[in-house]
Write a protein that binds this ligand. Structure first.
Ligand SMILES: [Zn+2]
Length: 371
């Protein structure tokens, strides 16, 4: 691959530079002068987006196995996502095996115009059957042996667990020691359960506010544990799952709050019926819901998440970190989520209205008409 050079307002770890960035698979050099992008009309060049919670898109669901994850990685790349975690649902063991086998293959082989699949986010089945959200009721308690067996199929980068389930607290420590990011989610646990899980090595919270016990001033719940103690948490900023005021509350409390889409098969598709794991869900007016009205994942993409954050008043550099850098740091990936020499050339070019103009994934320019 011969090196490419593009110009614009480049967001580097040291701040904005007006200049040029040169890259092949990795970034070779960045040259320019410190500049306030408000003082010129040039494009923005930001780190590619990183989505740690993706169920689907373009009509496909990760749980289908086979080539579905490739289709999903392609539709999200069209929206600036350059790396992602394919996310499983609570399901019978054989269904999870099918999904993880396909994810493992996708991790080893990235296709053209596809976001890099970094591994899996196992969202269930180790959750509380009283807080399923849109997850089918195949919740059960975890064992280390079972998780280790799943780990042989695909890298489990993130695992969501309800810490209040008997036996789970000790397991949190064991899974953290295996190198997984253990996230508290789909939980009826109390504030104390949350604090205990963090002390045992839990590192984050799954779609903060959604499918967890809320904050009351005499019973602060799992949300209270997150707001009081978390360094990292994921949040769905589609403005349907979480009220803007609650998003602002979390931004004040959690230093490295980052955004995920929790996107489903309906992402990038017209209104209608879709499958989410074993559930039929209905997409209407941007929302995806079960027949009873429960939100069932989103149709969000991270380019829209970035615009939503800026719409809430975040400056662009802060918003960029929350759709990229913080997620990379959470997984311990120093070579992604930042525009710096030696890092992978994962980057997005946005116009002044924050519309995507170009996406580069490990230096390869993505064809934005390949949905
Ligand atoms: Zn999810």
């Amino acid at each position: 691959m011969s090196d490419v050079t593009i110009q614009g307002n480049i967001l580097t770890p040291a701040g904005w530079l007006s200049g040029a960035i040169t890259f092949g698979e990795r970034i070779a050099g960045i040259h320019g002068a410190a500049a306030d992008p408000q003082q010129n009309g040039d494009d923005y060049i930001l780190p590619g987006f990183i989505d740690l919670h993706v169920h689907g898109g373009a009509g496909k669901d990760v749980m289908e196995g086979g080539d579905a994850v490739h289709t999903i990685a392609r539709i999200h790349a069209q929206h600036g996502t350059t790396s992602m975690l394919a996310t499983t649902m609570t399901a019978p063991p054989e269904d999870i095996d099918i999904a993880l086998t396909a994810i493992g293959k996708a991790v080893r082989q990235r296709g053209k115009n596809e976001a890099r699949v970094l591994g899996a986010h196992l969202e269930g089945p180790y959750i509380n059957s009283g807080k399923l959200g849109a997850q089918p009721n195949f919740a059960r308690a975890a064992t280390l042996a079972e998780v280790q067996r799943l780990e042989t199929m695909a890298p489990l980068r993130v695992i969501t667990v309800a810490p209040e389930i008997a036996g789970h607290l000790g397991l949190v420590r064991e899974l953290a020691d295996e190198g997984m990011r253990v996230q508290i989610g789909h939980t009826l646990g109390s504030y104390e359960d949350g604090v205990a899980a963090l002390e045992h090595g839990a590192a984050g919270f799954t779609h903060l506010f959604n499918a967890m016990s809320g904050l009351h001033h005499r019973e602060p719940g799992m949300v209270g544990a997150a707001l009081a103690h978390a360094e990292y948490a994921e949040l769905i900023p589609d403005l349907l799952h979480v009220h803007p005021g609650a998003i602002k509350t979390a931004l004040r409390a959690i230093p490295r709050l980052y955004c995920v889409t929790d996107s489903t098969a309906a992402t990038g598709m017209p209104d209608g019926e879709y499958m989410l794991g074993r559930h039929t869900v209905h997409k209407c007016m941007g929302g995806v819901r079960l027949p009873d009205g429960t939100l069932a994942g989103s149709t969000l993409t991270l380019d829209q998440a970035l615009r939503n954050l800026v719409g809430l008043g975040l400056d662009l550099a802060d918003a960029s970190a929350r759709v990229s850098t913080h997620a990379a740091d959470y997984l311990g990936l120093q070579e992604r989520g930042r525009l710096a020499p030696g890092a992978y050339a994962d980057l997005v070019v946005l116009d002044r209205d924050l519309k995507l103009k170009a996406v580069y994934i490990e230096g390869e320019r993505c064809d934005l008409n390949d949905a």
